[in-house]
Ligand binder design. Structure first.
Ligand SMILES: Cc1ncc(COP(=O)(O)O)c(C=O)c1O
Length: 368
C-alpha cells in the first residue's frame, strides 16, 4: 500500500527519538537504581500538595476538563499580578510553541533563534513551512549576541525566540542588552521569551518578560509546570501576553487541551512556597557540588542559572553516555546540539550528584 503524500515541509523534521524508560534500561542492563539526569526535571518530585490534589481528584476523571482552566487562571493571574485573560494554558509550553506558529507562520515566514537552543522552536517553525535563521551563541560562556540577532531580522521575520536561561547551555541574558534589543526590534516581530527555568534565576540583572508586555511590546513569555513545579509528566505550561494576542491564539487552541489532573495539580503546586524554596536550594547546592567535583576532574561547566549544567568533557559524549549508562547514570549528550564533546547534566539530589561525579571520574579515566 502506498503512503498518503505528506506536506513537503515535514521532510525537514527529524522525528523525536525518545530514550527508553528507566525501568527498561534497568531490565536490559541488569541494574537497579538507575538515575536520570537528562531532562531537567525536579529531583524532589512534585509538591506533596499537588500529589494530594491528584489523589483527591482521581475519581473525577470521567469528566472533561475545564477548557478555560478557570481556577488555575484566577490563582495564577493573582500571583503574577496580571489580568486572567493575559494567560494561555497548554499541554506543556511545547504546545504553546506550536499554537504560536500555527497562528502566526505562513510558509516562507521566518524566525530567528540562537544555537544551540531548545529544539522545539525549530520543530514548531518547520511544521508550518517556516524558515529559521540561526545565530550562534558566543564564546565558552555561550552568551547572546543581540546585534547578530537583530542583523538576522528581515522583512519576512515574524518571531524571535529568546530562551533565558537557555537550554542546553544554562547561560542567561542581561536586562540592559535585552532592553536595547527590544527598542530596536521592528514592532511586527513577536518575541517569544521562553522562561522555562526562570524560577531558578538569582541574578537580579535578568529581565522579566512581563515588564515588556506591560510596556506594550509584542512579547509572549512562556513558563512551565514541568521544571521547578515537578509536574513534567502531566504536561502543563502557560504563556503570558497581551489579552489581544491571547485572544488570537485561543482561536487555534483545542477546547480541552489541558487535562483535568494537570489543572488540579498545578493549582495546588502554586500554593506550596516551601516546595519551591526547597527546589531552588537543592539546585543551588547541586550547582556547587558539580562545579567543585567537575573542577577536580579538570572540567569547567558553563556558568548557569538553571537546574542543569553544560560541560565539555573533552571526549566523545556518546561514548561517555554509554559508559555512564552502564554505571546507572543517564545524561544528555551534546552531539544533538552540535557539541559532540559536551554533556548536559540535570542537578539531582545530593546522592545522585555524588553518584554522577564518581561515575564520570571512572568513565573519563577509561576513555582518555
Ligand atoms: C527551554 C525550554 N522550554 C520549554 C520546555 C518544554 O516544557 P514543557 O514541558 O512545558 O513542554 C523545555 C523543556 O525541556 C525547555 O527546556
Amino acid at each position: 500500500m502506498s503512503l498518503p503524500e505528506m506536506r513537503s515541509c515535514l521532510d525537514l523534521i527529524k522525528p523525536y527519538v525518545p530514550g527508553k524508560p528507566v525501568e527498561e534500561v534497568e531490565r536490559e542492563l541488569g541494574l537497579s537504581g538507575v538515575i536520570k539526569l537528562a531532562s531537567n526535571e525536579n529531583a524532589l518530585g512534585p509538591s506533596p500538595l499537588a500529589v494530594k490534589a491528584m489523589q483527591e481528584n482521581a475519581d473525577k476523571m470521567h469528566i472533561y476538563p475545564d477548557g478555560n482552566c478557570y481556577y488555575l487562571r484566577e490563582a495564577l493571574a493573582a500571583k503574577l499580578k496580571i489580568k486572567p485573560d493575559q494567560l494561555l494554558f497548554g499541554n506543556g509550553s511545547d504546545e504553546i510553541l506550536s499554537l504560536l506558529t500555527l497562528a502566526l507562520i505562513n510558509p516562507g515566514d521566518e524566525a530567528v533563534m540562537v544555537t544551540p537552543s531548545f529544539s522545539e522552536y525549530e520543530f514548531a517553525m518547520r511544521l508550518m513551512g517556516g524558515v529559521l535563521r540561526l545565530v550562534p551563541l558566543v564564546g565558552s560562556e555561550f552568551v547572546y549576541d543581540f546585534d547578530a540577532v537583530l542583523a538576522a531580522v528581515n522583512d519576512q521575520t515574524r518571531i524571535v525566540f529568546i530562551c533565558s536561561p537557555n537550554n542546553p547551555t544554562g547561560s542567561h541574558i542581561q536586562r540592559a542588552e535585552f532592553e536595547r534589543f527590544m527598542s530596536k526590534l521592528p514592532d511586527k516581530v513577536l518575541v517569544v521569551f521562553d522562561q522555562a527555568y526562570i524560577e531558578y534565576v538569582t541574578d537580579h540583572g535578568h529581565p522579566e518578560g512581563m515588564d515588556y508586555i506591560a510596556q506594550g511590546h509584542p512579547l509572549i513569555a512562556l513558563r512551565t509546570f514541568s521544571k521547578i513545579y515537578g509536574l513534567a509528566g502531566l504536561r502543563i505550561g502557560y504563556g503570558i501576553a497581551s489579552s489581544t494576542l491571547i485572544t488570537g491564539l485561543n482561536r487555534v487552541r483545542e477546547p480541552f487541551n489541558v487535562n483535568a489532573m494537570a489543572q488540579k495539580a498545578a493549582l495546588a503546586a502554586l500554593s506550596d512556597a516551601a516546595h519551591l524554596k526547597d527546589s531552588v536550594d537543592l539546585v543551588e547546592s547541586g550547582r556547587k557540588t558539580l562545579s567543585t567535583g567537575l573542577g577536580a576532574l579538570g572540567l569547567k561547566p558553563v556558568p548557569d542559572q538553571a537546574n542543569f549544567c553544560f560541560v565539555d568533557i573533552g571526549v566523545d559524549s556518546r561514548q561517555a553516555f554509554q559508559a555512564l549508562l552502564l554505571k546507572g547514570v543517564i545524561v544528555r549528550t551534546g552531539d544533538i546540539f552540535g557539541y559532540p564533546t559536551y554533556i548536559r547534566v540535570t542537578y539531582g539530589t545530593a546522592e545522585q550528584n555524588e553518584r554522577f561525579l564518581a561515575a564520570l571520574k571512572e568513565v573519563l579515566s577509561n576513555l582518555k
